[in-house]
Write a protein that binds this ligand. Structure first.
Ligand SMILES: Cc1cc2nc3c(=O)[nH]c(=O)nc-3n(C[C@H](O)[C@H](O)[C@H](O)COP(=O)(O)OP(=O)(O)OC[C@H]3O[C@@H](n4cnc5c(N)ncnc54)[C@H](O)[C@@H]3O)c2cc1C
Ligand code: FES
Length: 330
């Protein structure tokens, strides 16, 4: 069995048949990850020593990263002992993944191309997750798709989702044509390492594009339930859309002081708010980045751009967490 040594010296023995990511997760440690299909880039790591083989396309890497020996741990098997330069995330471990049936409680179009879904889980299933995590859902043996849970855990156990229509999408067709209350679905989750972490930083900057607001809403609801002393002192929310009608949810529903900056890329001249992209709006906000934790969710383009900008400011990658809504591989 190959061993995997992380940058902080922790050593794990993994099954040769497992991907490096799965092998380490199985040992109860969390490495950053999301899609597990080589697309989002969350699980990238340089290999300092050892060899591995790719068992799928590493779409989430750019050419410079490939040249520098960076790999995606979700599509790599170890062919020798490995020394990696990533560290595990530490802190509380997210609840274990489960497979459960669930039913649609309600479906509501909040825009012509966005549906709000509430899912009902079996009574007493006690499904636990960290706000920010996602689930995989499939309908009647159809393909599984990932959706971020849009609410903090509720007393009635219901899970909320915001789902955007994608043209010619297999699950989009289901959600926008066939889905109805009481439909039975299969849920796998909770999944991913995108969840809020305790921090002593003064500022929290949350960035979203489109339905990337879903896990951010879950985190904000959860923050509102915490005592003020355990919350960041300043919370900024940058939500990017093309036009004002795409801002389909009102953050004022949360009883928290949030500096909300809706940012429009195709605003009419009458628009008085921020223009352009969320990353530009964040940079104009004059927050001290050495005292800020940043969470970003939505398009890959936004996340890559934010990561690049923040690393240029000297922000440690440990203060930047992201979840890219990449397309599925089937
Ligand atoms: C971790 C994670 C969390 C996610 N959370 C959400 C969420 O909360 N809400 C939500 O609406 N979506 C979310 N997504 C995206 C979602 O999983 C699906 O990829 C998306 O809804 C399309 O599925 P589909 O079956 O309709 O289309 P598919 O049948 O998968 O794709 C149809 C066509 O559209 C392309 N395509 C797929 N997705 C996109 C896209 N995002 N942009 C442009 N083209 C695309 C495909 O390449 C394909 O050509 C998430 C994805 C990930 C990885
Ligand atoms: S690329 Fe590995 S988790 Fe997304």
């Amino acid at each position: 069995m190959p061993t995997v040594t992380l940058g902080n010296g922790k050593i794990f023995e993994i099954e040769a048949d497992d991907t490096v990511l799965e092998g380490v997760l199985r040992q109860g440690a969390v490495l950053e990850h999301s899609c597990k299909t080589g697309r989002c880039g969350a699980c990238k790591s340089a290999v300092v020593e050892g060899t591995s083989v790719a068992i799928g396309a590493e779409i989430g890497l750019d050419e410079a990263e490939r040249q520098n020996g960076v790999v995606l741990l979700c599509v790599r098997k170890a062919t020798s002992d490995l020394l990696l330069d990533v560290c595990d995330l530490g802190g509380a471990l997210p609840p274990p993944k489960r497979i459960l049936p669930c039913r649609i409680q309600s479906l509501e179009r909040v825009r012509h191309d966005i549906v709000h879904v509430a899912l009902r889980l079996p009574p007493n299933s006690s499904f636990a997750y960290f706000p920010g995590q996602h689930i995989n859902l499939s309908s009647r043996g159809g393909p599984a798709r990932s959706y971020s849970i849009a609410n903090a855990p509720r007393p009635d156990g219901m899970l909320e989702l915001y789902i955007r229509y994608v043209a010619d999408g297999a699950m989009s067709r289901y959600w926008f044509t066939d889905a109805k209350a009481n439909d039975l679905l299969q849920l796998v989750g909770p999944l991913g390492s995108f969840y809020y972490r305790e921090s002593s930083a003064t500022n929290l900057a949350l960035l979203a594009t489109g339905t990337g607001i879903a896990p951010i809403r879950a985190m904000l609801q959860n923050l509102a339930e915490r005592p003020a002393a355990s919350r960041p002192r300043r919370i900024l929310l940058f939500w990017g859309a093309r036009t004002p009608d795409e801002i389909f949810w009102d953050p004022s529903e949360i009883s928290l002081e949030i500096e909300f900056v809706p940012t429009l890329s195709r605003a009419a001249e009458t628009w008085n708010g921020a223009r352009g992209y969320v990353q530009t709006a964040m940079m104009s906000s004059k927050i001290e980045f050495d005292d800020t934790v940043v969470y970003a969710c939505g398009s890959t383009a936004m996340i890559s751009s934010v990561r690049e900008i923040l690393m240029d400011t000297g922000l440690s990658h440990r203060y930047f967490y992201a979840d890219a809504f990449v397309a599925s591989s089937d």
